[in-house]
Design a protein around this ligand. Structure first.
Ligand code: ADP
Ligand code: NI
Length: 237
């Protein structure tokens, strides 16, 4: 098994699959996660090949865009790797990463078991905070018609997957039917609330020590941004 060749083929596959993706899940997100996962993985002594494949395939089919099917990504990853003739031991580990990587709400347990999976999950979550993470929130929000902020809509604490994924269902409806879907959205979700429902929680959910350090820097910046946002909202500065 030529590991380098498999990684190159995986890169090509993901690039072509995510081409034109407009919700903050594009190839460049995958590339950032891949690079970050490699550097965290090195410090955490994780297997480089598994980390690479897990990072490259982690968003291959996000449940948010497949009617909440949390097993879709793993299935697509398995089929792809089987076609390349990758051995079952490797496939099993990669599928486990793809199936468990995603944040599904504050109230849901994290089932990631392997160190390689923990590294990929940390890298993915780090890309959701800091300057890049902030940009991604508003890109995602804009793509599904969310308003930036509405003081009358409060964030929901301790969301379970059922509620967390409801937003994805509204997103799909908003795309199919921009008027009524959009209305549905505007009543329930704002991009700023997503900071409180996810971004600000991530620093304490890091699995590895290496990621904790990076996340705490980015978290600091994210909080400064929010303070400034609210000051500007009130016309204070
Ligand atoms: P990841 O790729 O890190 O698993 P997600 O798939 O959950 O992240 O979401 C992709 C990007 O869109 C992330 O930056 C995330 O913070 C953002 N995002 C997800 N849901 C929402 C939402 N309801 N409102 C605004 N941004 C969101
Ligand atoms: Ni991701």
């Amino acid at each position: 098994m030529n590991k380098n060749k498999i990684i190159q083929q995986t890169i090509e596959f993901i690039k072509s699959r995510l081409d034109g993706e407009g919700t903050g899940h594009d190839w460049f997100h995958v590339e950032r996660v891949y690079k970050l996962a490699l550097s965290i993985g090195k410090k955490e002594r994780a297997d480089e090949f598994i980390v690479s494949l897990g990072a490259l395939l982690h968003d291959v089919a996000d449940w948010k865009f497949f009617k909440g099917d949390t097993k879709k990504g793993g299935k697509v990853a398995r089929e792809f790797l089987e076609n390349l003739g990758v051995e079952e031991g490797v496939i099993g580990q990669v599928v486990d990463i793809v199936d468990n990587v995603s944040f599904k709400g504050e109230g849901e347990e994290n089932n990631m078991r392997s160190i390689e999976g923990k590294v990929v999950q940390d890298a993915d979550r780090i890309d959701a905070i800091g300057a890049v993470g902030i940009a991604r929130v508003f890109t995602y929000g804009g793509s599904v018609g969310d308003t930036i902020y509405d003081p009358n809509i409060l964030p929901v604490k301790n969301k379970k997957f059922k509620d967390y994924s409801a937003h994805a269902r509204w997103s799909l409806e908003a795309r199919r039917n921009p008027v009524s879907g959009g209305e549905l959205h505007r009543k329930k979700v704002t991009s700023i609330n997503h900071f409180f429902e996810k971004l600000l929680l991530l620093k304490d959910l890091m699995n590895t020590q290496t990621a904790k350090k990076i996340a705490s820097q980015r978290d600091k910046y994210t909080r400064e941004y929010l303070e400034r946002f609210f000051d500007e909202w009130e016309g204070k500065i």
